[in-house]
Design a binder for this molecule. Sequence first.
Ligand SMILES: Cc1cc2nc3c(=O)[nH]c(=O)nc-3n(C[C@H](O)[C@H](O)[C@H](O)COP(=O)(O)O)c2cc1C
Length: 342
Amino acid sequence: MYSLLRPLLFRYSAEQAHHLTNRLFGFAQGVPIVSQLLNRSLRYSHPSLERQLWGLTFPNPVGLAAGFDKDGKYIKTMSKLGFGFIEVGTVTPLAQAGNPQPRLFRLIPDRAVINRMGFNNDGVDSLVANLKKLPAKRDYIIGGNIGKNKVTPNAEAWRDYLICFQKLYDYVDYFVVNLSSPNTPGLRELQDKEPLRKILSTLLTEREQHEIQRPILLKIAPDLTDGQIDDVVEICEELDIEGLIATNTTIDRSGLSTSQETIETIGNGGLSGRPVYERSNQVVRYIHDKAPDLPIIGVGGIESPETAQGKLNAGASLIQVYSGMIYAGPYLVKQIKKALVG
Ligand SMILES: Cc1cc2nc3c(=O)[nH]c(=O)nc-3n(C[C@H](O)[C@H](O)[C@H](O)COP(=O)(O)O)c2cc1C
């Protein structure tokens, strides 16, 4: 069915198609017979898919990566695709418009996407309001991916992370500290040892005030050197951070089939999808070899059951998808789950 819908969607700009798909799917959910048919065809569960991590029960290891539903508007809809977990955000304390459009581009020959959205979001209060509308009993896990506003200087960044952390604490199951988006100027410098230690220890101190200890994960860029990854792992171990998400999008443009001219016309942004797959796997493998007990959520370039298995083989405990869904369609989640069951 998606092979029929895809050419239609691809006639729209990537950002328009994103909104259109969500609205279409949301609309379909509102029509009982359509939603029943859709849900029946998308549903797939099996006890062997369940994963226990950080005291949480993930019904399956396939999650929706951050950035797709920054404001938590589509959680119910996306849960119908069969994700075991949904990561909302990146959210910032204040609403911000992000970069001017166009800011999302398909690289069809590479089955890839370049985005420079720039953390466009409605702000943490709006996300909290949307999370409050969800039923208390859910059959999926929710992650809260947090960031800083563009106008906040790096020296004050810890405060933005703290605000988001405090406001979201009662409404998400785990947290992700995002310091790896290439689209907020200077953000990735916060992955350096000292700012990283400051932000994480601020959140850990705040967490001590709470009865339930929500896991805190750090999401890293695929463009870090081995030495930089060593530093990150060292700090995670020193502070007892629960895990890493590897990886975000890359600024690397090597080995693409899309013409150089097109790439130059598109300009800055983070590249995701097939071209980031191998590098993300390398990062996952590197961390897993170095710190076998540190759980990793593997993300980057998953577009099929085989690539999902490859990410798990590299050492990921859970996986997430984003760009692969644009090309392979919403049945990807079910296909991966069925293949994992075997
Ligand atoms: C349009 C778009 C927006 C994204 N926004 C975010 C974001 O806000 N926060 C974040 O941590 N990652 C964001 N990402 C990165 C994804 O979560 C993921 O790490 C990356 O795309 C690699 O996975 P993929 O190849 O399956 O897309 C975004 C990716 C895309 C394509």
